[in-house]
Design a protein around this ligand. Sequence first.
Ligand code: ZN
Length: 512
Amino acid sequence: MQAHSLLRRALVVAAITCAANVSAQALPVQADAAEAHTAKAFETARQQGPLALHAFLATMPKGGDLHNHLSGAIYAESWISQAAADGLCVDIATSSLLDKSTSRAPNCASGQRSAADALSDQHLYDALVDAFSIRSFVPSAGHSGHDQFFDTFGRFQAVTPQQHMGDWLNEVSARAATQNEQYLELMVTPPFAHAKELAHTLGWQADFDAMRRQLLAHGLKDELTVDERLLTQALAERKRQQHCDSKQADAGCAVQIRFLYQVLRGAAPERVFAQTLLGFELASVDSRWVGINFVMPEDGYLSMRDYSLQMHMLDYLHRLYPKVHISLHAGELAPGLVPPDGLRFHIRQAVEIAHAERIGHGVDVMYEDHPETLLDEMATHHVMVEINLTSNDVILGVSGTNHPLPLYLKHGVPVALSTDDEGVSRIDLTHEYVRAAEDFGLDYPTLKQLARNSLTYSFLPGESLWTTKACQGETLGDSQPGTSCQRFLASSEKATSQWELERRLHTFEETH
Ligand SMILES: [Zn+2]
């Protein structure tokens, strides 16, 4: 690294001007010459159109993807190949893979075919790719993008994590690496059959304390070892497939992975409570699980009916397990999808009752009661919004001027771009960066800020680089920072990943 380059990248105490501020900044940075040069090159690419923008953004360091459902991230082609390997049958009428207990190739029943047939029958192959994703999808009466999107999950779920989670981790981390991502926070629902059974047996009680006591007394925690083992095996398999312990390690090995425990919100309250409790218990004993999230269509009957009740469950459990982080799908709604009253309070309750540190989607924010004060509150408390542009377009039909991204930015609410379900949507994170630049005119410094946010607001442990004084005066991302900075970085996984992002940004800006 040349001396002048070090100098121009030295930290200067000055306010960052970007709208999407990082939280409580003690270590502000100022745009330097390299960034200005890169920003200019970015604008040139923009003038040339989306293809040039894509080429520019493909290798831009993007930090992490904080809103990524592992099963939704797998491409249809992988489901087909794994189903074929497992000897699964396909129900032709619904294009759904069938559980091995139902039937098994080569003895598939009438109206079924072997998934392996798709490898030699292009028509079947195409039908399955379309069924497992939004490819070729055209809405029709009674079947919206929302329906197609959520229906895909039931069609490929016969391919199980017990057999293939290692393959999935390989796929998503390899794809992340090619786009210069370094961190994934993947949402996964580990087995919870025992919790489900206990919930059913014990039934619903309005007294959270009594419910928790009884669930624990009846062995809710027995399932923890099953869930821990699943992750251990999957991570080991990913490591094996990517040769992470060898000198020929794949690029995917460098992508750090953590997990968010998905609770299925569209279920009876006793089951939601039991599964949420299991998630908090798991995240308390296994640091690979960094938090909790609630999933399934927010507009579903039970999700809507029990929304406030579920927020109070989280409030109760958060008090008992304060170290477990919470991010919540909230406001993944649009006018017409639910009655107007249903749009008025989900994001606010997620923040004010359920202690959500991050909001997934937040699309209906302007239909909430007192939206401006809510936006200001989120900015003040640094509640980040995970923005999923393609998903919002496909599922909710919300895009362009109907999307609140510019309002979040205007109010200084921190945001980051994420993919939601890159396999089902057949996109990647680069695609979302291009879309943000094209549809909302975001410039390079703003996109860079969003990349920084994706690590600042990650649930990796440790203090943020932006709040410490230990690295003041240092060159961000330098390979040999001073002693106190080094000591600080060693103490914080989050700051270490942020430092790495700064190193990558420096490299990128030197060459663009
Ligand atoms: Zn999601």
